[in-house]
Design a protein around this ligand. Structure first.
Ligand code: GDP
Length: 297
C-alpha cells in the first residue's frame, strides 16, 4: 500500500504532540525533525522537504497557535494544510477544448503506463463527459505497442487510429486529426513513443507532434514507484514540452510516496490523475486534500 511507512511515522509523531496539553517551541522543533526525516525517508525531494518544514515551523510557532487552548491540534491542522498545499491544493480537472476535437497527448518514459492510461482516460471521458474518444497509435518503435493499444481499444470499445509502424508519427497524427473530424469523434488521445531514458530524438519528435496537434492537454505519465527519478523525468519533460498535467501511475503499489509529494512543487504542474490498478477503470482524479488525509490518517 502506498505511503504506508510515511503514514505510520507521521501519525506516530502527530499522536505524541496531540496528547500534550501545552506545546513548547522545543516540542515543535523535535516534531519537525521527525517529520523531516519521515519525508526524506519517503524519498521526497530534499529541497521540497526543507521548504515544507520551514513553512510548517513558521506557522506553528506563531503566538496564536502556541497560546491557543489546543496547540497540538492546531499544529496537526497546519501539517495537513501544508501537505495539501504541497500536492497542489485543489483537484485540477483535465483541460477540454471548447471546439472539437479536444486533443490530449500522452508522454512519458517506456513502461510508465502511457498506453494503459490513454485507455483509462478514454473511458473516463466517455463515462463522465459523454465524449466520443479516439486513440491514436503514435508509438511506432516499441514492438507490440500498436497491438497493445488496439487491445486496449477493443476492451473499452473505443476506435484506434493506426497507420502501422512504417509511417512517421508526425504524419500519423496529421491524418488522425482529419479522420477524427470526418468521423465526428470529439476527443483524440495520442499515445506517443517512450524511451528507457530521455533522449534528443524522442524529445524532438514529441515537439513536432505538439506543433502539429496543438494539444489542449499534454499529459505526462510517470511511475510513482520510481520515486526521485519520477521527479527528474517530470522536470525534463516539462522543460522541453511545457506539460499541462501529470498522471501518477502504480499508486496501488508500495511506493514510498516521494513522487506524489514532490512533483507539483518541483514542476509547478498539477497531478491530475492517479493510476490505482492495471484495469481500465483504475484511474482516479487526484485530490490533494484526500491524499493528505490518507497519509495522516
Ligand atoms: P507504456 O510503455 O508507458 O505505454 O506503459 P504501459 O501502459 O504498457 O504500462 C506498463 C505496465 O504498467 C503494464 O503492465 C501496465 O498494466 C502497468 N500499469 C500501468 N498503470 C498502472 C497502475 O496504475 N497500476 C498498476 N498496478 N499497474 C499499472
Amino acid at each position: 500500500m502506498a505511503f504506508e511507512g510515511l503514514g505510520e511515522r507521521l501519525q506516530a509523531t502527530m499522536d505524541r504532540i496531540k496528547s500534550k496539553g501545552k506545546v513548547t517551541e522545543s516540542d515543535v522543533k523535535v516534531m519537525m525533525r521527525e517529520v523531516r526525516l519521515a519525508l526524506l525517508e519517503a524519498d521526497v525531494n530534499f529541497k521540497v522537504v526543507k521548504e515544507f518544514v520551514n513553512q510548517v515551523k513558521e506557522r506553528a510557532l506563531g503566538s496564536d497557535v502556541m497560546q491557543s487552548l489546543t496547540p497540538g491540534q492546531q499544529v496537526i491542522k497546519i501539517v495537513r494544510e501544508e501537505l495539501t498545499d504541497l500536492m497542489g491544493g485543489e483537484n485540477q480537472k483535465i483541460t477540454l477544448g471548447t471546439k472539437p476535437p479536444t486533443v490530449i497527448m500522452m508522454v512519458g518514459l517506456q513502461g510508465a503506463g502511457k498506453t494503459t492510461t490513454a485507455g483509462k482516460l478514454a473511458l473516463h471521458l466517455r463515462k463522465n463527459f459523454n465524449k466520443k474518444p479516439m486513440l491514436v497509435a503514435g508509438d511506432i518503435y516499441r514492438p507490440a505497442a500498436i497491438d497493445q493499444l488496439e487491445t486496449v481499444g477493443r476492451q473499452i470499445d473505443v476506435p484506434v487510429f493506426s497507420l502501422g509502424d512504417q509511417v512517421k508519427p508526425q504524419q500519423i497524427v496529421t491524418e488522425a486529426l482529419d479522420h477524427a473530424k470526418a468521423e465526428h469523434l470529439d476527443t483524440v488521445i495520442i499515445d506517443t513513443a517512450g524511451r528507457l531514458h530521455i533522449d534528443e530524438n524522442l524529445m524532438n519528435e514529441l515537439k513536432d507532434i505538439k506543433g502539429i496537434a496543438n494539444p489542449h492537454e499534454i499529459m505526462l505519465v510517470v511511475d510513482a514507484m520510481t520515486g526521485q527519478d519520477a521527479v527528474n523525468v517530470a522536470e525534463s519533460f516539462n522543460d522541453l514540452l511545457d506539460i499541462t498535467g501529470v498522471t501518477l501511475t502504480k499508486l496501488d503499489g508500495d511506493t514510498r510516496g516521494g513522487a506524489a509529494l514532490s512533483i507539483r512543487s518541483v514542476t509547478e504542474k498539477p497531478i491530475k490523475f492517479v493510476g490505482m490498478s492495471e484495469k481500465m477503470d483504475g484511474l482516479e482524479a487526484f485530490h490533494p486534500d484526500r491524499m493528505a488525509q490518507r497519509i495522516l490518517g
